[in-house]
Ligand binder design. Structure first.
Ligand SMILES: Cc1cc2nc3c(=O)[nH]c(=O)nc-3n(C[C@H](O)[C@H](O)[C@H](O)COP(=O)(O)OP(=O)(O)OC[C@H]3O[C@@H](n4cnc5c(N)ncnc54)[C@H](O)[C@@H]3O)c2cc1C
Length: 415
């Protein structure tokens, strides 16, 4: 069995950025990807808008991925495609990664692992829609795969449930391909996607957005024939008497993404209840020494540029393989939906820590505060915050005089 310094699981943008930086930091690296081609979800994201921060250019998803694929190839990094990781074993010296591939069962030995396995879409079962089980109910990512990779149109007239970014992008894509999008229905009183996507994908194409509405039932035996939609109350319960039947042959779901962490959980990695990804420190080290997490497996990001940034850092740190030392937990205060990192390791550099966070609700003129033992040590004001728009800031935690017993907190307040 060949031994590697860093094994990267997942060949999407996170895995590619992690592999590149681990190699540049001197490690022998292998990338393991279950699909035939590298690039992850970006392969099917043919719209533009990627790379504005990372490259200062508006790129399509495949173009963004290609830049990293070219770099990985130029560095001579070994990439095993059509290889599915089925399990990871912890050994005395590191880890053994077991896979199935075209060559049968294969295993790889490594000192550190970067988990860059991306995320999954929530399905109809997870949003409790009543009725029959006809064909024609797809997640937005599946519909996107049909249209953009297979060249097939999965709907003539459809309803979209959920206003997440993938659903918004698919509303525009299906319209451009000749399908009718009857409307986008969102159970919450505000949209879940980026503001730019609401404008560019719905308003520019006259597609109605119905806030505080949901799909309550589907009809059809072999193929979907109609759905029932209804308004919801403040507790997101359908309001009797507001039901309406919409004839359509497809229901497209864009109801959330969940980080893919079966491998992490099998190793006993602690999962954060708010991000649903691994609990991590500022180097993206998880609670298990030698296991790092990056990209959408760590935290569902809305911009791939941030995915690449965090993954590059995870890869370089995995190559160095610093052990977890004295850590201070960054406790969640009011006003925050989620944030990364969850703890600050005092034995690792902590002067330029990148903090990613989302507010719990829409906020006008909000202040983010970091406190040590109840004393404010950092604050930053924001004109406007929305949960779908992840924020990034750099914090010098080394200036706060942190000790192992310090109580470190982070919170958001609307002024
Ligand atoms: C529809 C859509 C539109 C988007 N639009 C934008 C946009 O306009 N601008 C923007 O900046 N960002 C956008 N994004 C976000 C961006 O695409 C993601 O943030 C990014 O792709 C996440 O990268 P990742 O590497 O973490 O995950 P992924 O791209 O999902 O890659 C994970 C990889 O891991 C592999 N894998 C998983 N499990 C295993 C296993 N057990 N064994 C082997 N391999 C495995 C998968 O096959 C996959 O290739 C969009 C995303 C989607 C879905």
């Amino acid at each position: 069995m060949k031994k590697y310094g860093v094994i990267v699981i997942g060949g999407g943008p996170a895995g590619l950025a992690a592999a590149e930086s681990a190699k540049k930091a001197g490690a022998e690296v292998v990338v393991i990807e279950r699909e035939a081609r590298l690039g992850g979800i970006l392969k099917q994201c043919v719209h533009d808008g990627f790379g504005l921060i990372r490259f200062g250019e508006k790129l399509a998803g495949p173009e963004y991925a290609e830049r990293y694929i070219d770099e990985v190839k130029a560095l001579g990094i070994e990439c095993r495609t059509l290889t599915f990781v089925t399990g990871i074993e912890k050994t005395q010296g590191g880890f053994v990664v077991h896979c199935v591939s075209r060559d049968g069962v294969v295993s790889f030995e490594g000192d550190s692992i970067v988990l860059a396995t991306g995320c999954r879409e929530r399905t109809a079962k997870q949003v409790l829609i009543q009725g029959t089980r006809p064909a024609g109910v797809f997640t937005a990512g599946t519909a996107q795969n049909f249209v953009n990779l297979m060249g097939k149109l999965p709907a003539k007239k459809c309803v979209i449930l959920g206003s997440g970014d993938i659903g918004l992008i698919m509303a525009r894509r299906l319209t451009l391909e000749g399908a009718e999008v009857e409307g986008v229905y969102e159970v919450k009183p505000e949209p879940s996607g980026l503001t730019r996507n609401i404008h560019q994908c719905l308003y520019d194409f006259d597609i109605p957005l119905h806030l505080s509405h949901t799909v309550t039932r589907v009809f059809g035996t072999d193929r979907l024939e109609a759905v029932e939609v209804a308004a919801v109350d403040g507790g997101m319960r359908p309001i009797k008497g507001t039901e309406r039947i919409v004839e359509c042959d497809a229901l497209i779901l864009s109801v959330g993404l969940i980080p893919e962490n079966e491998l992490a959980e099998s190793l006993g990695v602690k999962i954060n209840p708010f991000t649903k990804g691994p609990d991590c420190d500022q180097s993206y080290a998880t609670s298990v020494d030698g296991i790092y997490s990056a990209g959408n497996a760590l935290n569902v990001f809305d911009l791939v540029d941030y995915v690449s940034e965090c993954a590059a850092s995870a890869g370089a740190n995995a190559a160095r393989g610093d052990k977890d030392g004295k850590c201070v937990t960054l406790s969640r205060g009011a006003g925050l939906l989620s944030y990364v990192p969850h703890r600050i390791c005092l034995d690792k550099p902590h002067d330029k820590v990148v903090v990613f966070f989302r507010s719990a609700k829409d906020m006008d003129r909000a202040t983010l505060r970091i406190t040590v033992d109840g004393r404010e040590v950092f604050k930053k004001k924001f004109a406007f915050l929305r949960p779908p728009e992840m924020q990034r800031l750099e914090v010098d935690f080394s200036a706060f005089g942190l000790g192992a017993d310090s109580e470190l907190g982070i919170s958001l307040e609307e002024n």
